[in-house]
Design a protein around this ligand. Sequence first.
Ligand code: SF4
Length: 602
Amino acid sequence: MEQLLLEILAILRSGKSLDSRELGKLIDSHNALVKSAQRAYSKKKILPYYLRVKEQDPARWASWGVDDELEARLMRTLRMKPRRTASGVATITVITKPWKCSSDCLYCPNDLRMPKSYLHAEPACQRAERNFFDPYLQVASRLRALEQMGHLCDKVELIVLGGTWSDYPISYQTWFVFELFRALNDAPHTDESVRERRGFYRGRGISCDEAELAGFVELEQKRIAAGEERFNAAFERLYGNSKAWAEVASAQEATLAELFEQHRINETAAHRVVGLVIETRPDAITPGRLRFFRQLGCTKVQIGVQSLRPEVLRANERRIDVQQIARAFTYLRVFGFKIHAHFMVNLYGSTPDEDVEDYREFMSCPSFMPDEVKLYPCALIEDTRLVARYEAGQWRPYGEDELVDVLVHDVLSTPPFCRVSRMIRDFSAGDIVACNKKTNLRQMVEAKLSQMDAQIDEIRYREISLAATDLASLELQQVEYETSATREVFLQWVTPEGGIAGFLRLSLPDASFVRAHKDELPVSPGEAMIREVHVYGRVANFHESAEGVQHRGLGKRLVERAADIARARGYAKLNVISSVGTRGYYEKLGFKRAGLYQARDL
Ligand code: SF4
């Protein structure tokens, strides 16, 4: 392996580059001398080898004479799955420990090995189980995997999944986020520290062995399948009576002061948090909770909406109403959070036409209009109460053409300020009893849209990634819309072909709303809010320029334009809901710490 690596380095050092075909040929020439297939070289093995030598045999690594620039080129040459960081940020998804939910929706999976609504075969869930659901271990293993694939992880978005975040004890929520930050601040992790932490869970009797985990939940899972038990009661019997989980829980506590110290360290760490996302239910959104989310460092909230039709919400036993959803949107926006909504099609009690109409309402009614949406077709999952409706012929999954047709309509009614981030859940085909099992559903929808030659405004479809962009050709466009308590200004850098290179969300809150709710809001009349700034391109190291469009002043120009607009509309102060790792960036733009935000006088 060393000889192969040295040849690659020599080529890069000479100023040449290696495309995948040339790299493949070089690897093949080395494989010609290898007798066993198991020992064969491959692209994905080279970087882990390089990183291992760098960490464990520094003298040998030094003899290769690799400086920062050469290392960056080596990473780019050997990077696997480049789309992972194509949007400019390395995403790390983590899952909270098995937990109940204050609701029990008809279609929601009941896997007792997971927090409500998740299934253990989903990729992120498998990783969580292998790591005892420990946030530190999940981050450590993901960071290592991404780096071994050649991704720069200096800017990290943390996505915390697990049913309903607000249903966990506050002390657990604080500890979980504290450990996420600590894991990023501690990197690189030694094998010994990881082993020690794993030993903590093993020592208390928590397993990460597939057969043992299945055995742990087997009886209660059967009772749920037979309709004799609901998830929450089964959960209590299993975990509530488990000495091992109780002992682990007693160590899962941290104070806000401890968390703030990790925040402070992260501001200048090698792996900075540029976004922290948590998911919860609309009825769990209160001003008090939103203040706490900000203290944690949260910048975006995922909320399950699923439908706006009262009869569908009722039929699916969602235990929320449309007013609660609207209220959640209003508070989230005035607090400055980015709103990532989950919306479902093919729910029990709906039809394709009603789905299309419902989504159109969701995208155009001032009470809603999310920033991002996960558009899930309802899937029939074993052990859910929807199975009985299906067997009784009361619910049927849409046919493929029907489903694609609904999604095509939905994409067409998504406005330019909204991003359709997903169209399927990560369920494995084996878990789906009925419904779409195709993982390329999005491509099918886009193929149909391209046949129609229709104009697609939603963000994800227009993102330019990895492509070198001619900055001089970019135009700054402004899209405005009214919501229940704000006027929103969406600024976007657009290419002549309609691609989007970056954007900013500016919220101009309605002074009368802010005045009427002054006791519960962290902002005052006359304060505008930047809710998001995003510039696309491959992740750039904080200290060097990127090959994409990041760090070339596009973000700064968006912020200055937002300040001009807010000033012209009579606002005296501009807040930004910055993430811990972007505080330094905003300080350079003249923003100062101001409670839950950073702020600049206008
Ligand atoms: S609120 Fe979400 S997690 Fe809870 S039962 Fe409903 S779908 Fe499942």
